[in-house]
Ligand binder design. Structure first.
Ligand code: ARG
Length: 460
């Protein structure tokens, strides 16, 4: 049998393999709500402009609302022969109400329909994700507040560099997530443009009102060029790009949690809720959730690359290639949403080992920069000279297998005669972090100020 929806020209039905490669219903049924909302807006507009009768419009919109309930209650039979969500719904509508259903597709094509549906879907995704990003930020700010004074090593090259506060470290992720949040909202502006009424590619000769459908669907305005409207998928790529960057941030934090939870570091203990055991080694606590979040960037960025490659070189306007925009994007958005939820749960539950962190903060001569700064400030030494003197003192401590603080004043003076006992004030990690009060610095005082600012932002 030829296709009921477009079979006029076809004598035979498609090959089974053709049907399999062609159908998208297996995944595009996900946006049935958006498809129905788009059809209702279109029907309302067709009636308002006198293109269809009010009675037809009423029966179409009532039946579409019923179909939505059928799908929600799993009472709808999706058919692969009908290819996609658009034709499945239209066919079911025809079965329900007959003739008026056939008028719904006036001045519309699946090309503007699918572009509209997917924009509505991605817009909903963005709204969900920005809410989840805020929740993670709230969790991080709460922990940063509690850990404003907790001292830990700050790293460069993953080598101990200078002591920092844990609150400061956690707030670094709040900053990253804030950029992610705004990246999504910025993408949303470009998502929120209505393709509906572009029809197949060239617009239509019917007196449609595109402002009206755009408004009803919550779009900012109709797309100005019909060719662009049906062939653009950069709104998907842009949102995937924002998702990739966000997933990359989560991956970095996840990696830190993996490292910090090793017995060698011992900085954190992940809760039982977010750890697993080993089937053979009873002592193990594995940070599986963190490891998985670390890895999820792979499929999210993969979807972005895949979609960019699908679109590369495609001539205007619609090509069936573009049906490939959905599966990877769905998976990527689901994955990011799950990762954000898991990370928020981990941050809520994690326990920080303050003594272990502070102990590690003092190792590796982490206050050497403080010593050099002291030489500059107190002895008026040029910084490069101070750097050199400090290097010699560090070497001396290394030779004596002690910390900088544990060197005697005589030992220090053997390197630089003018050093006085006042130097010991800056050699402790606590003094070091307390002194870093420059704007954006790690001092507990700064952390508390930033926490207040974030609390205000995240409350609104
Ligand atoms: N399922 C199709 C897609 O996702 C809908 C658009 C089909 N348009 C067409 N001209 N065959 O892209």
């Amino acid at each position: 049998m030829s296709n009921r929806m477009w079979g006029g020209r076809f004598a035979a039905g498609p090959d089974a393999i053709m049907e399999e490669i062609n159908a998208s219903i297996g995944y595009d049924k996900r946006f049935f709500r958006q498809d129905i909302a788009g059809s209702i807006a279109h029907a309302n507009m067709l009636a308002a402009t006198g293109i269809i009768s009010k009675d037809d419009k009423n029966s179409i919109t009532a039946a579409l609302a019923d179909l939505q309930k059928d799908i929600e209650q799993n009472k709808f039979n999706f058919s692969r022969a009908l290819e996609d969500i658009h034709m499945n719904i239209e066919s079911a509508l025809a079965q329900k109400i007959g003739d008026p259903a056939a008028r719904l597709h006036t001045a519309r094509s699946r090309n503007d329909q699918v572009a509209t549906d997917f924009r509505l879907y991605v817009r909903d995704v963005v709204d969900l994700l920005v809410g989840q990003i805020s929740s993670l930020q709230i969790a991080l700010v709460k922990r940063a507040d509690e850990e404003a004074e907790t001292i830990m090593p700050g790293f460069t090259h993953l080598q101990t560099a200078q002591p920092v506060t844990l609150g400061h470290h956690l707030l670094a992720y709040v900053e990253m997530l804030s950029r992610d949040y705004h990246r999504f909202l910025d993408a949303r502006k470009r998502i929120n443009i209505s393709p509906l009424g572009a029809a197949a590619l060239a617009g239509t000769s019917f007196p449609i009102d595109r402002e009206m459908t755009a408004k009803e669907l919550g779009f900012e305005k109709p797309a100005a060029n019909s060719l662009d409207a049906v062939s653009d998928r950069d709104f998907v790529i842009e949102t995937l790009s924002a998702a990739s960057i966000c997933a990359m941030h989560l991956s970095r934090f996840a990696e830190e949690l993996v490292i910090w939870s090793t017995p060698q570091f011992g900085f954190v203990r992940l809760s039982d809720r977010f750890s697993t055991g080993s089937s053979i080694m009873p002592q193990k606590r594995n940070p599986d959730a963190a490891e998985l979040i670390r890895a999820k960037i792979g499929r999210i960025f993969g979807a972005q690359v895949a979609m960019t490659i699908v679109m590369k070189g495609l001539p205007l306007t619609y090509s069936k290639d573009m049906q490939e925009d959905k599966e990877g994007a769905f998976d990527a958005f689901d994955t990011l949403s799950l990762s954000l939820a898991a990370m928020t749960g981990m941050v809520d539950d994690i326990s920080f080992n303050r003594p272990e962190m502070e102990k590690a903060a003092g190792a590796g001569f982490s206050t050497a920069t403080d010593l050099a700064d002291w030489l500059v400030r107190t002895l008026n030494m040029p910084f490069r000279d101070a750097h050199h003197v400090t290097g010699e003192i560090v070497a001396l401590a290394e030779k004596n297998q002690c910390t900088l603080e544990q060197l005697s004043i005589e030992q220090m003076q053997s390197v630089e005669n003018n050093i006085t006992p006042a130097v010991f004030e800056v050699l402790g990690v606590k003094n070091s972090v307390n002194s870093r009060t420059s704007y954006g610095g790690t001092a507990p005082k700064n952390v508390r100020e930033q926490v207040k600012i974030w609390q205000k932002i995240l409350k609104g």
